[in-house]
Write a protein that binds this ligand. Structure first.
Ligand SMILES: [Fe+2]
Ligand SMILES: [Fe+2]
Length: 376
């Protein structure tokens, strides 16, 4: 591996630069304690009841495959399928899989930290008490996500990468933006909808059971956060003028272009010393391009639902090749996000029962077959 060493926290800090960002915006307080936002209250109750603890619900004991700790399928490695990939010896493919996972999980980790900070601002700015209370449950969710991804990276992948510039610049911009809803657009409507698509894929496709379970738990929370963003903006946007709404659409389009064209893992190939050839292969790869396109599968219906779906944004989304997702039926996916954790828990219980039965059988066999070594 060539320098810099991204496993070294000092290197990461240097690369990240100054992470102190000026805060924009204002705080509101609601003195009318009798006014209740019923829909938001229901979401808050869900947020309060569905907290989980990564220490308790995830099995951290199982040792991952050192050659492929997350069990990432080759299709998720951006250079897979290229002539370069075909020439790589098995040990270098293993290294590429680990680094691809390290890069991806680092993006999750940094995004979770941004969400933690960003939702604090939403809590301060939201006009009603129930929205503030829900934001508080999300704040705790994001803290738990930071904890879990950090632990997963530290103990299983053991490799950390800096934040992808496309995501970093989008989120930096909204933290210092005075208009609070820009943060909800970037965080809840854009990034969390993209995270939902990724985690839904991971909970089905990752080879490592811990990676699958982590994605299932995180996705259930993110689905709730997306619902919160949708509710907030559907309440707020009817109060805005057409000109103000067009400003939001322009911001979203710019962000979509950046994410579609610049959310790339160049850092991996630079770190591994695979050079320009790998970067070009990753960018050309039909699988990676399709992956980046599918990231918009839930984002586009999300824009439609909050009322940001005027002619200009539709034209922009069409140019990006993602407008068709506007007709996507999201309801069935929402149900999956909700129930994947229950299925996982049931499978886990069934798996443990099998384990216990197998161990008991083994124990019985050992007793029957064991030579009588102990003196009587
Ligand atoms: Fe999160
Ligand atoms: Fe979230």
């Amino acid at each position: 591996m060539t320098e810099p060493d991204y496993t070294d926290p000092a290197v990461l800090t240097n690369l990240a630069g100054d992470w102190t960002i000026p805060l924009g915006g204002y705080a509101t307080l609601q003195w009318d304690y009798d006014r209740v936002n019923e829909k938001m209250l229901r979401l808050y109750v869900q947020g309060k009841q569905r907290q989980w603890d990564a220490d308790g619900v995830l099995d951290w004991e199982r040792e991952p495959d050192p050659a492929n700790p997350t069990g990432i399928p080759d299709q998720f490695v951006s250079i897979a399928g290229s002539a370069l990939w075909d020439r790589l010896p098995p040990e270098e493919r293993a290294l590429a899989r680990r680094h691809a996972a390290g890069w991806l999980y680092s993006q999750f980790l940094h995004s979770e930290q941004f969400a933690l900070v960003g939702v604090g601002r939403v809590c301060a700015a939201a006009s009603d008490l129930e929205s503030k209370m829900f934001a508080a449950t999300q704040l705790m969710d994001e803290a738990r996500h930071v904890e879990a991804f950090n632990r997963y990276i530290k103990t299983k992948i053991m490799l950390r990468y800096p934040y992808a510039p496309a995501l970093r610049s989008l989120l930096e911009q909204v933290i210092s933006e005075a208009r609070w809803d820009f943060g909800v657009l970037a965080g809840h409507v854009m990034v969390e909808n993209m995270a939902l698509v990724t985690h839904a894929q991971h909970r089905e496709r990752m080879g490592d059971p811990l990676a699958r379970a982590l994605s299932a738990y995180v996705a259930r929370d993110e689905a709730r956060h997306v619902a919160f963003g949708r509710l907030l903006l559907r309440q707020y946007y009817p109060q805005l003028t057409q000109r103000e709404l067009r400003e939001r659409e322009a911001f979203v389009l710019e962000g979509c272009w950046a994410l579609k064209s610049r959310y790339v893992d160049d850092d991996v190939w630079i770190t591994l010393g695979f050079g320009e050839q790998a970067i070009a292969a990753a960018r050309r790869s039909p699988v990676s391009r399709e992956f980046r396109r599918r990231l918009f599968m839930r984002l586009v219906p999300g824009l439609k639902e909050v009322g940001l779906f005027g002619p200009r944004i539709q034209e922009g989304l069409a140019k990006l090749g993602v407008l068709g997702f506007g007709d996507f039926d999201e309801e069935s996916l929402r149900k999956l996000d909700e129930h994947a954790v229950d299925k996982l828990a049931a499978a886990d219980i069934a798996g443990r029962r099998e384990d216990i039965a197998a161990t008991a059988e083994l124990g019985a066999g050992q007793v029957a077959d064991a030579p009588s070594a102990m003196p009587r």
